[in-house]
Ligand binder design. Sequence first.
Ligand code: ADP
Length: 490
Amino acid sequence: MNIVFLSTEAVPFAKTGGLGDVCGSLPLTLAERGHRVTMILPAFASIRNSGIAIEPTDITLWVHIGGRGVGARLLKARLPGVDVYFIDHQAYYDRPSLYGDANGDYRDNCERFAFFCRAALQAIDRVCPDVDIVHCHDWQTGLVPAYMAYHYESHRWMAHARSVLTIHNLAYQGRFWVHDMPLTGLGWDRFTPDGAEFYGDLNFLKTGILMADMITTVSPTYAKEIQTPLHGCGLDGVLRQKSDSLRGITNGIDDAAWNSETDPHLTKTFGSGDWVTGKTANKQSLQVEFGLEPNVSLPMIGLVGRLADQKGWDLILEVMRWNLEENRPVQWMVLGTGEARYHEALAALASEYPDRFALKLGFSDPLAHRIEAGSDLFLMPSRYEPCGLNQLYSLRYGSVPIVMATGGLVDTVVDANEQTIADETATGFHITEFTAEATDAVLGRALTIRYHEAVVWSRIVVRGMTTDSSWRKSAHQYGDVYAKTASLRR
Ligand code: ADP
């Protein structure tokens, strides 16, 4: 089939989180399976650091937005099997970061991404008018299913193409004040509760959910959770209304980039047969680099992620403090960037316990790989987690994941209990209550096995390392969704 991916992130061009990983690897897997895949992204400043040649094209796009005509050039690059186009308008996209700075979201985000959606429609018309499926990702592209359903600008391809919208995180909705509505180019008659309006505001994601031919999200459990008031972020009613068109497909990982046997970032590469020596060497180098006590027999607990409320940092900080104050025999290694309050609290704790707690505030892909390789356990007590990728990387690198029993974490980690240890299916540990006490108790249970039941621990590690978390299975499911969507009548 002929599929166009519309996204704001895709490795190696732009990434702030899991969306970048998914859109960097899923299109390539689909192309390997015989689909024709084209990707359209904004020309963010970061695309210049991708190491991939980007060429100008002679195609220009023109959008009437905010009372004026705004132009963009189309740039082009090539990934294995996939054509990538960038919508280049420097005033919108050539900025230090993708969505905002220290003062919060960029104030013109509505205009930036409404423009992206509208320019993308024209780009499709120019470069792949025989498209079957336009696959939109997250709120930034949420207006596109509406444009397609309304035959906006009467593009010919809209008559036969169908839309799929994937929700990578329902909490980010692209909600803007009502006066931004004209930027969308949709008439005021679309600003209704069964359209773009959400409690008096304009909502990109809601628009997409209502108008997409098919909706997917990134794990089966999250697909169920978002239809409940607890995890629905105000859109659970809309999602229940569309529940027949909603599917959960678990993310895969790029197993070329995340392969402990070939990873160029590691001090020592290793597989499931020599994980003990591999892990020891990688742990040792982290201990030296970060000035931790040079003792490889201490279990290391790794954490990598956005320093955002979602990831449970309030609870992590509490658990860390208890462990450090009581001098329990573990070390901590944290890599993250995000909210200032977590930067401050983590930095204060790290300076109090320099031999037990190593902290790197910032974004570093190589260090993320090294932490997965050097740590024995990986802690992820997320408040909610659409899919989560770090637990999948952890499994692959033999860092046993301890996860909150929510969303994709439930779908990808098998809790170690009497039954699953006996029938040899356990790959990690579930925390079933969102409290620091429950997290600490599960961490204690894991450490007890790590210290006293070496054979059981080793089996858990090896099973995780040999679990198939690649895109193969999921790409097949996306193929089914595309086929079903293409056959829908509007
Ligand atoms: P989310 O998309 O909610 O941030 P995921 O677990 O799905 O969470 O994906 C996060 C991705 O971003 C992973 O690839 C993770 O390694 C990466 N990541 C997050 N924070 C950092 C960081 N500070 N440095 C390097 N990689 C990071």
